[in-house]
Design a protein around this ligand. Sequence first.
Ligand SMILES: Nc1ncnc2c1ncn2[C@@H]1O[C@H](COP(=O)(O)OP(=O)(O)OP(=O)(O)O)[C@@H](O)[C@H]1O
Ligand SMILES: [Mg+2]
Length: 259
Amino acid sequence: MLNVNNSNICRKLSYCLRLIQLSISDYVELLLKSLFITGTDTDVGKTYVTAGLAVSLRKMNVDVGIMKPFAAGTAQKTGFKSEDVEILARAAHVNDPEMLLNPQFFPIAASPYTALKNLKIKPNVKLVLNRFKKLSKLHSMLLIEGMGGIMTPILKNYFVTDLIKDMKIETIIVTRTKVGTVNHTIMTCKMCEKYKIPVKGIIINNFDADGYRVKELKRDLEDLTTFPVLGSIPFIDDMSDASLYRVFKKNLDFKFLQS
Ligand SMILES: Nc1ncnc2c1ncn2[C@@H]1O[C@H](COP(=O)(O)OP(=O)(O)OP(=O)(O)O)[C@@H](O)[C@H]1O
Ligand SMILES: [Mg+2]
C-alpha cells in the first residue's frame, strides 16, 4: 500500500517538475524577445535601422546584443571583417567576439548560396544557430540583421525565412519610400505569412529623395498587409549615439516592444 502511494507521489512530482521546466523556458524565451531585422531588399537600410534600435534600447537600459549571422562583401582591413557588424557593435556597445557576432563572412558581394556556388564555401547554418544560442545567453535581447531580403538563398532549399523560423523569433520588415516598394513589401509580408513568421511590423526608411509620401505609404501598406507600420525614419546624416537616439525616439513608437 505504502509503495503504491509513493510511486503515485513520484509520478505526480515528476509531472509537476516537467510542467515547471516547460514554463520556465517559455518564460525566458518571452523575456528575450529578440528581433530579426529583415528588409524588402538589400541596401534598404537594415543596418541603419538596426543601429538606431540598438542605440535606443541601450539608452533605455536594455542589455541589447547584435548579430549578423552571415555577412558578405569586401573584408575591412581593421576591426570586424563586415562593415555592418562594425556599425552594429559600435551602436550596441558590445564586446562580444566576432565569431559570435558574425559566425560566417563571405568575401563576395552576394548571397551565401552564391558564395557556395562561386567560392565553394558552405554556409554553416548549424554553426550560426549554435552561436545565436550562445549570444542569446549573454544579453537580454538580440537584434539580428538579415542579409538582403526575406528570400535571400542560404542553401538550395534554405532561405532567410528558414533561418528566422529556426531562430524562433519575431521580425521587423524595413522598407523604403521609392516607387516599387509597395510591391516588394507585400511580397515580403506574404512570405512571412506563408512561413508563419510573426511580424512585429514595418519600419519605413524614408531616406530616398523622391518616392511615396510617408503618410500615404503607411496608409496603403496598412490597408494592403496585415501588419502595422511602426514608424518612419528620416534621412540620417549623423550616426552618433545622440543623433540616432533623438531620431528614433521621435519617429518610432517603442510600445511595440511590450507586445
Ligand atoms: N535613414 C538613412 N539616412 C541616410 N542614409 C541612409 C539611411 N538608410 C540607409 N542609408 C544609406 O543607404 C545605404 C544602405 O543602407 P544599409 O547599409 O543600412 O542597408 P542594408 O539593408 O543594411 O544593406 P545590406 O543588405 O547590404 O546589409 C547606407 O550606407 C546609407 O548610405
Ligand atoms: Mg546591412
